[in-house]
Design a protein around this ligand. Sequence first.
Ligand code: C5P
Length: 419
Amino acid sequence: MFVVVGVTGGIAAYKTVHLVRALVTNGHEVHVVPTADALRFVGTTTWEAVSRNPVTTSVHDDVAQVRHVALGTSADLVVIAPATANTLARMAAGIADDLLGVTLLATTAPVVVAPAMHTAMWEHAATQANIATLRARGVHIVGPADGPLTGGDSGPGRMVEPDEIVAAALQVAAGVVAGGVVRSTDTDASDRADLDGVRLAVSTGGTREPIDPVRYLGNRSSGRQGAALALAAAERGAEVALVAAHVDDGVLDAAVNHPRITLVRAGSAAELETAMTDAAATADVVAMVAAVADYRVASPSAEKLRKEDGIPRLDLVENPDILAGLVARRRAGQTIVGFAAETASSDEELLERGRRKRARKGVDLLAVNAVGEGIGFESADNRVLLLGADDALVADVAGAKREVADAVWDAVVALRAGT
Ligand code: C5P
């Protein structure tokens, strides 16, 4: 990914060196755009060394290449860390008298901002109004965190740690989070530690059933909802084994960077079954989010099938229902969540299908997923009806897959607490 990292004039700029290094280590092409003030804290040499790219602050450099516009239009992601109160005000007003300001106006990429300032400045009505303006425009605000500040005082205003900013930014770029809040000091689920120490096994993506060495039967699952569930849970304190079948590019970037997520790859339903059975053997909660192919080719060809050999006949056999197997081998106290993608002409029909499926699968919770135009598969947004024991409708959530993920974990936490 082409990532522009804007650095503005705060002491936390030294931590952004680590953030840039983490992005570069993950294989991203990083261009740092410091403001003039930021260079008082960390100089050009350091930014060039860690980003491995030239650094300029002026709109008048490389004019022939229209650099000021090129950076913004090339960016897949823009991260501003730290963002001072002054920067937030300038962004809200659209001021573009330096390279960072111009880049921000020229880009259509997602923008992730990590504010850092003293508590009084953060809480000032002007700053809060600017934050509200930026959120309304779809800018993602990460933090600030609550903790010791440079003046020896303490409170909200600390820049969120670089690894967390990277994880949040990659999540935004992967489309797991819609515009608005990623993590804030006020109302965020990720501040909760209600899954602390809970061991989770989560499957995601779509299985690929081989036809021959180069062809497969697959499905359109992007893996986003499972990745969002894994990340949300890890941020709430869980230890997550994430078993991923085929997923879209970039979807796992944020998850693989989280220290509490272990990634296991699986190709076919058979591989996914083995990996999930292993993970479930020590898990407190199991969530089967993967789209598992119902059928596989009975005997995949060891050789590539050739046109000269005529139209192939594919004999299909049924795959095991992995979820049913996990329910049958359930450990004492284990909570099992299933997902079901359904098309239905009305909510009543959706609920009816969901209720029948929950009973058939024997799961504690079934997330019934309405799939259709622009919702469900391959999209960042989702709508899910959560059915609990006794077929009660526990929640009806529509929103970014991250919001759906938090609602699922809320229901799991409530279920495990017996509430
Ligand atoms: O029956 P349906 O495929 O709609 O059920 C969906 C749920 O069952 C999902 O949780 C999915 O991961 C799981 N599943 C499975 N093994 C299959 C098919 C579906 O575990 N062969």
